[in-house]
Every structure is written in structure tokens, then in C-alpha cells.
Design a protein around this ligand. Structure first.
Ligand code: SF4
Length: 347
């Protein structure tokens, strides 16, 4: 979305004018083809556009080949240390590979990977995290060590005139992730994959990822994201879509709701939750406000496309800030949904 360079990964583009790409990673055993394909399919159905799969050794290659052939979504092979696994993953159908050239060993081995990637038109993602900081930079401040390690990895590929690259710098510390990405984006212009790594379970990851990824996007850095969450990867895609929608990078409904106070006339939380569920499948930009009262509600929700505010135990519906109808308490959801449908579908 923000880098000038664009990388093509099978049928999707990362960088340039293209929308931010949502990624996740399988956590099934790559040798278990049906479970892995099942998870890939579920992630794809939910909205993942690029999925990373660990290819741990040459033993995984045959499974990976079958998985690639059946996957509806481009796959990125995650490789560590062994250049042969990288080469064979590309030949098996990887649309992208993630590795750190510095971990691959002798220059001829890296060159072998680069030549194969070039031949097959497969981009390489350099993925640096706190565990891959190079010794020569370990004396530097955390984010600089991460950033310089990434730039060093990049220099290896650039020295082989390979520029089909995506960069990622991840730390479990949101601030360090932010600073490292800012540092590198100020020096080079490759598409950036954002994420806070090892961000923990649901709420913790949402908070850390929103801070780390969100602050970078606001700085016009980032072309693809992964919200790293321990557990079921489907949560990652749900969170990524929600984050991008709420921050305005993806079209979809936004339900704003007041925090409630002594003036509250309707069950705001319950209605807002229902509206979220009822509008989940809408892929258009629409802001719906659920407000507890007409004293402050309409003013606070004036930027919403449609708003409902509690009044005397019933509700008042506003469209673009103007009252369109008063509704009984028992009809709040239905009447609100009717207005939303009218706005979206003209009926
Ligand atoms: Fe309170 Fe009304 Fe504001 Fe909700 S909109 S927080 S009920 S004043």
C-alpha cells in the first residue's frame, strides 16, 4: 500500500497502490496434508490472501507440493538454514519464500536459492526478528540491531541483483517493532510486512498489534500484515480484517457505540453487538452509531451514516444526522437494519 515498489506473489500484489494484504500461517503439521489444506481453506474463506507454511526439511517437500497444488491461495514457504529446502520449496510450488540469507551459509548456497527464485518468479521475504539479530549488531540498541540485521540480509540479496523482496522486522515489543520498521523504511523502499511477533493470546495480541501495526500504517509504512496470535490462526485473520476496517484501510462496516452513562435509555452494548453480527457480511464503508440517549448521542454520532439513540425507553433513528423515524423498543434492531439495508442496497 505504501512502498513504491511492488512484488507479485502468484495472483496478488504487495506494495505500490495495492491494498494491504492479510496474511496468516498454518500451525498444523505440514506432513498432515488434509489438516493443513483444511486450515488453509478455512483461512482463505475468512479472508487470508497469503498463507505461510513451515517447510522444516526435505521430508516436508512432497506434502508441500501436494498442498501447493490444491491451495486456492498463494503459499509462502517458511525456511530456516537449509538452502536445499528453499530451492525444492520453490520447485514444489511456493509462491513466495521466507528466509534470512545470512542463515543459509556459503554464498553459493544463497546464490542457488536466488537463481531458483528468479527463474520461478518467486519473491523472497527477509524476516528478521529478535532471534535473528546478527552478532556484529548486538551491541546496538534493540530496534537498531533488528534494523541493521535486516539491512545486512538485504545487502546479500542486492549484491546478487535480486530485488524481488519483501522485508519484515518483528519484535515482541510493539515500540521496538515500530522503531525498527521506521528506521528501515527511511533507508530503503521495499514492500514491508508488518507484525508484532509472539504477541500472545487474543487481547494481548490485539493491543500490541494495534499499537505496533497501526502506528506504522499511520506513518504510511506497511503493505501486508499478520496479527500474530497464539492458538487458532483463524483468529489472526478475523483480527487483521477488523483492524484494517476500523482503521479505514479496508471497506466494511464500523459500529461505534457510546460507553453508556446515567442518561442511557437503551441496552447499547446488546444492540451494538447485534448490529455487528447483522452487518458482518457487508463489504462497503458504512458507519453505524448506537448511542444511549438523544441528549448527546446525535452530536457524538454526527459523522455516522446511520445512528440510533435511546429516547424515553424507545429509539430515534438518524440518517446522515437527520431524524428519520422514532421506533418502539421492541423494534430497534429490525428498524435499524431496515435503514442499513436501504442505504446499502437501496431497498
Ligand atoms: Fe451517556 Fe448519552 Fe453519551 Fe451515551 S450518548 S455516554 S448515554 S450522554
Amino acid at each position: 500500500m505504501f512502498s513504491k515498489k511492488t512484488v507479485k506473489v502468484k495472483n496478488i500484489f504487495i506494495g505500490g497502490e495495492h491494498e494491504i494484504v492479510i496474511q496468516s500461517m498454518t500451525n498444523t503439521d505440514t506432513l498432515d496434508i488434509s489438516s493443513t489444506l483444511n486450515q488453509i481453506n478455512n483461512l482463505y474463506e475468512l479472508g487470508a490472501q497469503l498463507i505461510r507454511v513451515s517447510v522444516r526439511s526435505l521430508d516436508d517437500i512432497e506434502s508441500f507440493r501436494i498442498i501447493c497444488a490444491s491451495s486456492k491461495v498463494p503459499l509462502c514457504a517458511d525456511i530456516h538454514f537449509d538452502y536445499r529446502v528453499a530451492v525444492e520449496s520453490i520447485k514444489a510450488g511456493a509462491s513466495k519464500i521466507r528466509l534470512n540469507p545470512g542463515n543459509i551459509g556459503a554464498e553459493w548456497k544463497v546464490r542457488e536459492v536466488v537463481n531458483t527464485a528468479r527463474e520461478y518468479g518467486v519473491p523472497i521475504r527477509i524476516g528478521v526478528n529478535s532471534g535473528s539479530i546478527k552478532k556484529e549488531f548486538s551491541h546496538l540498541e534493540g530496534y537498531k540491531a533488528l534494523a541493521e540485521s535486516c539491512l545486512e540480509e538485504l545487502r546479500i540479496l542486492e549484491s546478487m541483483e535480486f530485488g524481488d523482496v519483501v522485508l519484515s522486522l518483528k519484535s515482541s515489543d510493539a515500540m521496538e517493532t515500530y522503531n525498527a520498521n521506521l528506521y528501515v523504511a527511511g533507508k530503503v523502499d521495499y514492500p514491508m510486512h508488518l507484525g508484532v511477533t509472539e504477541a500472545g493470546v487474543w487481547e494481548d495480541s490485539i493491543i500490541l498489534s494495534s499499537a505496533g501495526i497501526g502506528s506504522l500504517l499511520f506513518n504510511k509504512i506497511g503493505d501486508t500484515i499478520r496479527v500474530s496470535i497464539s492458538g487458532d490462526p483463524l483468529q489472526e485473520v478475523t483480527a487483521a480484517k477488523k483492524m484494517l476496517t476500523l482503521l479505514g484501510y479496508l471497506k466494511g462496516p464500523r459500529v461505534i457505540a457510546c460507553p453508556t452513562c446515567a442518561r442511557t435509555q437503551i441496552d447499547v452494548a446488546d444492540l451494538a453487538e447485534k448490529v455487528k453480527i447483522m452487518t458482518a457480511e457487508i463489504h462497503q464503508q458504512i458507519t453505524i452509531a448506537v448511542m444511549g440517549c438523544v441528549v448527546n448521542g446525535p452530536g457524538e454520532a454526527k459523522d455516522a451514516d446511520i445512528a440510533i439513540a435511546g429516547s424515553g425507553g424507545a429509539g430515534v433513528i438518524f440518517v446522515k444526522g437527520k431524524i428519520v423515524k422514532k421506533v418502539e423498543r421492541s423494534n430497534l434492531e429490525k428498524e435499524l437494519m431496515d435503514e442499513i439495508q436501504k442505504m446499502i442496497y437501496g431497498r
